[in-house]
Design a protein around this ligand. Structure first.
Ligand SMILES: Cc1ncc(COP(=O)(O)O)c(C=O)c1O
Length: 450
C-alpha cells in the first residue's frame, strides 16, 4: 500500500482547499427562507431525503486479508507477519519513527503510563471533555487524575489553565485531541518542556490529524490511537502507540508483552517491573491493513464536507462550530462538534433542538456528560484504596480541585455532535443538515410550544 504517496496527495488537495473552507458557500437561504415549509415537529416533511453512509465500509480487500491470516494458522502476533506489516504502514502514515499495535486505544494509553511507571502518589493531567478511558487508565494505576477545564470555543483542554494545575507530583500531561481536532499542542509542549513533564497524546479519535503539518501523536513522548468500531480507522477493537523515542518504545513493548523482551520473538526479560498482555491479534492487523487502503480518501472527504458545513452553519445565529487552533493543518473530524445557543432559538432547550433535528432525519447527539461531575468519578474520593494511599483530606480536596465549570456548561447546555460517518456523505447531505437547522431556527417559537 502506497500510504505515503496517497498521504502527500491528500495534503496538497486539502491545503489548496484550506481544509475545505475554500469551497463555495451555497445559499441555504433560498431553499428554506420560505416559512410555509414546516419542520417535522410542526407537521411538515422531513428535510433529509438521502441515506446516510453505513459503517463499516468493507469489501473483498478485507475478506482476502482476513482469509490469508485464517489460512496461515498464525493468529497470534508472536513471530508472525501481519502485525509487523500493519505497524510499518501505520508508522509511515504518521511519519513516526516507531509504531506498534495493541489490543485497544485504552491498552495504548495504559501501556504508555505503565512504561512510565506511573503509580500511587502520581498526578496525571487530563481534560474532562473526553471518553472515560482517558480517566480510567490513570485510575487503573492508582494515580490521581487532575482535570483541567475545557476551552469552550474549541472543546479541547484549555492550555492556559494547565500550568496552575501542575504540582511536584505531576508526572504526565495527557491532552486529548477530542473529536479528531488537535488540542493546542504548541502551548502544551511549551508548558511540558518548562516543567520537564512528559506528554502522552490521547489521539484515539484523531487518525491523520495534523498540527503544523506533522501527525498528532508525534509531538509528545508518545501517542495513542484507537481502532474501536466507531473510529475513523476500524478493526472492531484495536489500538496503536507511536513514538520517536527508542527507549520508550522498548519499555512500551515490554509492558504490553508481559514485561518480556522488546521484540515479539523475545522471551528474555524486558525493561520495567510490571506488564500485561495487551497484544494486537493478526486478525485485527489484517482488517486494519485493508481499512487503511481507504483511510486517506475518507479523511479527505470528511475534511471537505466539514469545511463546507462549517461555512453554512456559521450563517445561522446560535450555531457555533468548534474552533480549530491556528496550528491545525488537518482535523480528523471523528466528530463534528458545535455549540448551540438556545437564546438565539427562542429559548428552546437543547433537548428539544436535538429532538427536532433528529426528526428532520439528521442524527445528532448532545455528546459527553460532564465527566468530573459524574458519580463514577466523584466516588473515587470514597474508594478504599485511594483513601489508603492519599487520605481523606486529599481526596475531599481533590473533588474541589477537579471542578470544571466551562466543561459543565458545554456538556449540560451547549454541545451538539454529528458523527464521522455523516461526513462521508454528499455535498447535498451537508446542505440538508444546514437546511434542517435553519428550518428549526425559523420556527423556534412554535417548536418551543410543542
Ligand atoms: C479519547 C479516547 N480515548 C481513549 C479511547 C479508548 O479507546 P478504545 O475504545 O479503543 O479502548 C477512546 C475510545 O473511544 C477515546 O475516544
Amino acid at each position: 500500500m502506497e500510504s505515503k504517496i496517497k498521504r502527500r496527495e491528500f495534503i496538497n488537495i486539502t491545503s489548496v482547499a484550506g481544509l475545505g473552507v475554500g469551497l463555495g458557500v451555497p445559499s441555504i437561504a433560498c431553499a428554506i427562507n420560505n416559512k410555509s415549509i414546516k419542520p417535522v415537529l410542526l407537521g411538515g416533511p422531513q428535510t433529509y431525503t438521502g441515506s446516510w453512509p453505513v459503517w463499516p465500509i468493507f469489501d473483498q480487500v478485507e475478506r482476502e486479508e482476513l482469509l490469508n491470516v485464517l489460512n496461515s494458522g498464525e493468529w497470534c502476533r508472536l513471530g508472525s507477519k501481519t502485525a509487523p506489516r500493519f505497524e510499518d504502514e501505520f508508522r509511515k502514515l504518521t511519519e513516526a519513527k516507531y509504531a506498534f499495535g495493541v489490543s485497544s486505544g485504552t491498552s495504548a494509553l495504559y501501556t504508555m503510563l505503565g512504561a512510565l511507571n506511573i503509580g500511587p502518589g502520581d498526578e496525571v493531567i487530563i481534560p474532562p471533555y473526553t471518553f472515560i478511558a482517558t480517566y480510567n487508565v490513570v485510575v487503573l494505576n492508582y494515580a490521581l487524575p487532575i482535570f483541567v477545564d475545557t476551552d469552550i470555543e474549541s472543546f479541547q483542554i484549555d492550555a492556559s489553565k494547565i500550568e496552575s494545575s501542575i504540582t511536584d507530583n505531576t508526572k504526565v500531561i495527557m491532552p486529548v485531541h477530542v473529536g479528531g481536532s488537535p488540542a493546542d499542542i504548541d502551548r502544551i509542549m511549551d508548558i511540558a518542556e518548562k516543567h520537564k513533564i512528559p506528554v502522552i497524546e490521547d489521539a484515539c479519535q484523531a487518525h491523520l490529524a495534523e498540527w503544523k503539518g506533522k501527525s498528532v501523536g508525534n509531538w509528545g513522548l508518545g501517542g495513542a490511537f484507537s481502532f474501536q468500531a466507531s473510529k475513523n480507522l476500524n478493526s472492531g477493537e484495536g489500538g496503536a502507540i507511536i513514538t520517536n523515542d527508542e527507549t520508550f518504545i522498548q519499555s512500551c513493548y515490554s509492558f504490553h508483552h508481559q514485561g518480556q523482551g522488546s521484540n515479539a520473538a523475545s522471551l528474555e526479560p524486558g525493561t520495567g517491573t510490571r506488564g500485561s498482555n495487551l497484544r494486537i491479534t493478526e486478525f485485527q492487523a489484517a482488517i486494519l491493513l485493508a481499512q487503511m487502503t481507504r483511510l486517506v480518501e475518507q479523511a479527505k472527504r470528511r475534511s471537505e464536507n466539514a469545511g463546507y458545513l462549517t461555512k453554512m452553519l456559521k450563517e445561522i445565529p446560535g450555531v457555533t462550530p468548534a474552533k480549530l487552533y491556528n496550528g491545525v493543518t488537518r482535523s480528523a473530524y471523528h466528530l463534528y462538534m458545535f455549540r448551540y445557543d438556545k437564546e438565539k432559538f427562542a429559548g428552546m432547550d437543547r433537548a428539544k433542538f436535538l429532538k427536532a433535528l433528529n426528526a428532520e432525519g439528521i442524527p445528532c447527539s448532545k455528546g459527553y456528560n460532564s465527566l468530573s461531575k459524574s458519580e463514577y468519578v466523584t466516588n473515587l474520593a470514597k474508594n478504599k484504596h485511594y483513601l489508603n494511599i492519599y487520605g481523606t483530606k486529599t481526596m475531599n480536596d481533590w473533588v474541589e480541585r477537579i471542578s470544571c465549570p466551562q466543561n459543565d456548561r458545554l456538556c449540560k447546555q451547549e454541545a451538539v455532535w454529528f458523527y464521522q460517518t455523516m461526513l462521508l456523505g454528499t455535498k447535498t447531505d451537508m446542505e440538508q443538515i444546514a437546511e434542517a437547522i435553519k428550518k428549526i431556527s425559523m420556527n423556534a417559537v412554535e417548536i418551543s410550544k410543542t
